[in-house]
Ligand binder design. Structure first.
Ligand code: AMP
Length: 516
């Protein structure tokens, strides 16, 4: 059971259907895509002597060759290591020392970074280069047989904290994740199109499997990333577009559609997730974009597959439970069970707060060469997500902040998300995040970082009054800092660790003796 069988099958069944697009230009059909992939796999085996189970890094920006290169790795029985194109060469060096790939597939723009990170030139193949084009004439390889529990991919966690760890995803994990897309996220038809407006190395890329299985179109935008104007133009020219978007991207798209009055009919589905989407944002997104949103909650350790909040649930705005459900991450996806446990691992009842745990066919095999981290995360058959949440009677999961983000002030718990939701309702606030700062009296106090809408103003007194109107007094931020925009990693997640470090640095600096 090799996950690349999805492409092999579509190469036959959907041979003449359009497969890969670069912007609005069709590049290849399914027959061609399957042939290019098999030839590339043949080349990897012959020229680089790649053996099943060996790792191949794919360090590439979003380009049309990405999908065939990735599929060729699986086809050859090797293990993909998709590396975030925005990594610094030092982070990259860590990932690569850990994964020990036998080969790197890179885009020309990242070649130098790969070399700086220690790649040997004899181990590099540049996508689209003359050598690559020649490789496409190699004798096509047969699909390499793989067992369900064989390793398919080593996915390095995004590392908002600590060093990235290699999540071992098996062929079974990826197939189960794909089945869940159909069961819990969206149905896919051959005339649909998946747009890669977020890095193919991360969650957005994982959705190519479901679209490959159905012989649907894959669209790599010419910008290679998220550009609201480009997306709306592609929605018109290509049509039936679906894509994965982090909540910040949904916000930007909503702002664009609103400001230019763009026609959203060419968009089929926007799957959002990867970070919290605030209630105010989801309400606006539904108003502006219509019934096109589905939420997923997942993590590399159970790729894209823990819970889903369906289009139908989001659309039932008259339902008395709507507000609560729209603020949740939905219900367990079909291939997994989800529970909430206390610190001793005991299952908690409805409405009790604890750590979210998951078990099922999408849960990783463990962390690569890291038995200690594996033992701390996979316990008694459950994956401990590190996320805090509450399940209700109907199985809807509401995430609270990760335990490390919880603020304990004077012995009371403050969940930053709750404060952020309130700040975001303020008309001047565009982005908000709340972190804890050490305080000699309270232990920690909440501090809000805010980015304001253009041409708006507010001040501490007004924000304080606003928070007091909606929150218990002890939860209101003790300081407000206005910034141009919140720092985010390349997947759009707010880097709270960086903000906490900044606050610590400021406190230390304030206590240093002055020079004079
Ligand atoms: P990663 O493994 O880098 O994809 O990060 C996964 C983490 O992102 C999860 O453990 C959650 O903390 C967070 N996350 C993912 N999806 C959601 C969501 N829909 N809502 C809130 N947080 C999310």
């Amino acid at each position: 059971m090799n996950i690349a069988n999805l492409l092999r099958r579509s190469g036959q069944v959907h041979a003449d259907r359009p497969a890969v697009w670069h912007g609005d230009e069709l590049r290849f059909d399914y027959q061609t895509l399957a042939h290019r992939t098999a030839a590339l796999a043949g080349f990897l085996r012959q020229a680089f002597k790649v053996l099943p189970g060996e790792r191949i890094a794919i360090f590439a920006t979003n380009v049309p060759e990405y999908l065939e290169a990735l599929q060729a790795i699986y086809w050859a029985g090797a293990v993909s290591v998709p590396v975030n194109a925005k990594l610094h060469h030092r982070e990259l060096a860590h990932v690569l020392a850990d994964a020990e790939p036998c080969l790197w597939l890179v885009t020309p723009d990242l070649l130098q970074t790969a070399i700086d990170a220690g790649a040997n030139e004899s181990q590099l193949l540049v996508l689209g280069s003359p050598a690559y084009r020649e490789a496409l004439f190699a004798a096509p390889a047969e699909l390499t047989p793989r067992q369900p529990d064989d390793l398919a991919s080593l996915f390095y966690t995004s590392g908002t904290t600590g060093r990235p760890k290699g999540v071992m995803q098996t062929h079974r994990n990826l197939l189960a994740m794909t089945a869940c897309y159909f069961m819990d996220v969206d149905d896919v038809h051959a005339d649909d199109a998946m747009l890669y407006a977020a890095p193919l190395s991360h969650g957005a890329g994982l959705y190519h499997f479901a679209h490959m299985a159905r012989g649907a179109r894959h669209v790599v935008p010419r910008s290679g990333g998220f550009d609201a104007e480009e997306i709306m133009a592609l929605a018109q020219s290509v049509g039936r577009l679906s894509f994965f978007a982090a909540p910040t991207m949904v916000r930007r798209l909503v702002q664009h559609v609103r400001s230019v009055g763009a026609d959203t009919r060419g968009i089929k589905t926007i799957v959002y997730g990867g970070g919290p989407m605030y209630l105010e944002d989801i309400k606006t997104a539904l108003d502006v974009l219509g019934p096109r949103l589905v939420q997923i909650y997942g993590q590399g350790e159970s790729p894209m597959t823990i819970t889903a909040l369906s289009r139908d649930t989001l659309e039932q705005r008259g339902d008395p439970d709507w507000l609560r459900r729209a603020a949740s991450v939905g219900v367990a996806q079909t291939a997994v069970e989800v529970a909430v446990v206390d610190t001793a691992g005991r299952t908690l009842g409805p409405s009790q707060l604890g750590e979210v745990v998951v078990r099922g066919a999408t849960v990783m095999a463990g962390y690569w060469r890291n038995p200690e981290a594996t033992a701390g995360t996979l316990k008694d058959g459950w994956l401990y997500t590190g996320d805090m949440g509450i399940l209700d009677e109907d199985g809807f999961l509401t995430l609270k902040d990760r335990s490390k983000d919880l603020i304990i002030s004077g012995g009371s718990n403050i969940y930053p998300r709750e404060v952020e939701e309130v700040l975001l309702m303020h008309p001047a606030v565009n982005e908000a995040t709340v972190v804890g700062m050490h305080d000699p009296e309270w232990g920690e106090v909440p501090v809000a970082f805010l980015a304001l809408h253009a041409e708006t103003r507010t001040d501490t007194a007004e924000l304080d009054a606003w928070c007091l109107r909606h929150l218990a007094r002890f939860k209101r931020p003790k300081h407000y800092r206005v910034v141009d925009s919140l720092p985010k990693n390349s997947y759009g997640k707010v880097l709270k660790t960086l903000l906490r470090e900044q606050l610590e640095f400021d406190v230390i600096a304030a206590h240093l003796p002055s020079a004079d």
